[in-house]
Write a protein that binds this ligand. Structure first.
Ligand code: SAM
Length: 465
């Protein structure tokens, strides 16, 4: 069978467990596309809303992704851009194999306890949105991305997800050594040679070479060595790639054990899922390979480890506090929120930021050590008279029930998301939430004869129907 896949890649896969060349070539030649998404349980609280969101994406009921509580395969690929629920943060479009992170987390961590989790290579936010959905109340998720522009995209996606317990940072992995023993869990979804995505992105094949695989393997080792000190003793490391190459997968497992003293954690994986169990040559570490001819998803590799070696205790600092919003300004913010008891309001450059109160010492420490792109939920800009609400507040799950809302139909919702001014009679004056099927899309200021659309310009839909 003729193929667009590099001969050197195919040759390197011959000896790998589970590799079936004929089936592998066939699935790449088929051009078949698997589309999957994960619902946001914070915004899709029950089966009725879930059915409503999924029906808006096509008539055929989606099938669940076996290893993810909130994951679904769509029988067709709809236009997500023209689906208002997408802009409301009701779901995240994510490749299905990657959702296995959920199974790995459930098997290696106690998800009933609050955890501090670092997603080191986080943009555009697939793994971070997943982690946020499964972590217990009181947990802190640090979603980091080293490339600045990608950190911006990550921050937008996390804002749309709506959670207040996420901090988005823009740091090099080596900066994490300033936080010794700080995290309970490290997720390293490493930059890789990307062969696992060749079916979906055949144009990426041109960049693949054995030399690049070797470079990626070196870089993965450097990233892991840099971030390792930030994991606490007995903490869990979850390492993943979207590469089939042994140098980026099994060889890294051996390297983690030999060089960092990591201890491999095997997982229970139902045989019916057709995920291939693989072992490293030297230390017999167990990892999991996903081949697109065997699972409904793209190529993926994942393995879990525990840090058993002793780690320096996190340094206690004198001033782990954040600047609180003055009392009289707090009132301007509280009136927008449904539950204020467990929240801390912080002032930052004339803006009010909402954080879970119990996370303030941790966020203060992060602020001293890292570059914070976003922390918690930005409530808005404080003027002498009022709070000018931010889009993050509209996307959050913190809003008071009494906030005026304008319900838009599908056409009006798309007009609003294009930053046009939908003509809707409202009977309201002032700030209002524009919503579609009860899901907030953003803010508008309603004037007697028109609506001022406050949807962020940079997020507006540009695509025509
Ligand atoms: N975890 C993401 C998700 O699920 O949406 C995908 C992450 S992608 C596989 C790898 C990320 O690592 C990219 O966002 C890339 O910009 C970042 N990256 C590239 N070079 C890096 C480096 N030297 N150190 C850390 N991260 C790097």
């Amino acid at each position: 069978m003729s193929t667009y896949l590099p001969a050197a890649l195919l040759a390197s896969l011959q000896e790998l467990p589970g590799y079936n060349e004929a089936a592998f070539l066939q699935v790449h030649a088929s051009g078949e596309r698997v589309t999957s998404l994960r619902l946001n349980p914070a915004k899709v609280p029950d089966a009725v809303v879930a059915a409503q969101v999924l029906q808006s994406l096509g008539p055929t009921p989606p099938a669940p992704v076996p290893w993810s509580q909130y994951g679904y395969y769509l029988p067709q690929r709809p236009s997500f851009t023209l689906n208002p629920f997408f802009h409301a943060g009701a779901y995240y479009v994510q490749e299905a194999s990657s959702m296995f992170l959920e199974h790995a987390m459930r098997q290696t961590c106690n998800l009933l306890q609050p955890l501090k989790v670092l997603d080191l290579c986080a943009a555009p936010g697939g793994k971070s949105t997943l982690l946020q959905s499964i972590l217990a109340n009181g947990s802190l998720l640090v979603a980091n991305e080293v490339i600045r522009a990608r950190a911006g995209l990550l921050a937008d996606n996390m804002s749309r997800w709506g959670a207040q317990n996420v901090v988005v940072t823009n740091n090099d992995p080596r900066d994490m050594s300033r936080l010794p023993g700080f995290f309970d869990v490290l997720v390293v979804d490493a930059p890789c040679s990307g062969s696992g995505l060749f079916r979906r992105e055949p144009e990426a094949v041109a960049e693949w070479s054995p030399d690049n695989v070797a470079l990626c393997s070196q870089r993965q080792q450097r990233i892991l060595a840099d971030v390792w000190p930030a994991l606490k003793e007995n903490g869990v490391l979850i390492y993943s790639t979207c590469s089939y190459s042994k140098e980026e997968d099994e060889v890294i497992m051996d390297w983690l054990c030999n060089e960092l003293g990591a201890e491999n954690i095997p997982l229970q994986v139902p045989a019916a899922w057709n995920i291939v169990v693989t072992h490293s040559d030297k230390r017999n570490c167990e990892g999991y390979r996903f081949y697109p001819d065997q699972v409904m998803g793209e190529g993926f590799f994942i393995a879990c480890f525990r840090k058993t070696n002793e780690t320096a205790a996190p340094a206690r600092r004198q001033k782990d506090t954040l600047p609180a919003l003055p009392k009289k300004e707090q009132e301007k913010v509280y009136s927008w929120l449904h539950d204020t008891a467990s929240l801390f309001l912080m002032e930052h450059q004339g803006e009010a930021i909402i954080l879970p109160a119990q996370l303030t010492p941790a966020v203060a420490l992060l602020q001293q050590q890292l570059y914070l792109r976003k922390a918690g939920v930005k409530a808005g800009q404080l003027t002498a008279k009022e709070l000018v609400p931010d889009h993050q507040l509209a996307m959050s799950t913190l809003l008071a029930a009494g906030i005026p809302r304008v319900t838009l139909n599908h056409t009006q919702a798309l007009q609003y998301l294009r930053k046009e001014d939908p003509a809707v009679p409202t009977g309201i004056k002032g700030w209002a939430l524009m919503q579609y099927e009860q899901m907030p899309l953003g803010w508008a200021k309603v004037l007697p004869n028109r609506i001022n659309n406050y949807y962020p310009k940079e997020l507006r839909i540009l695509k025509e129907i």
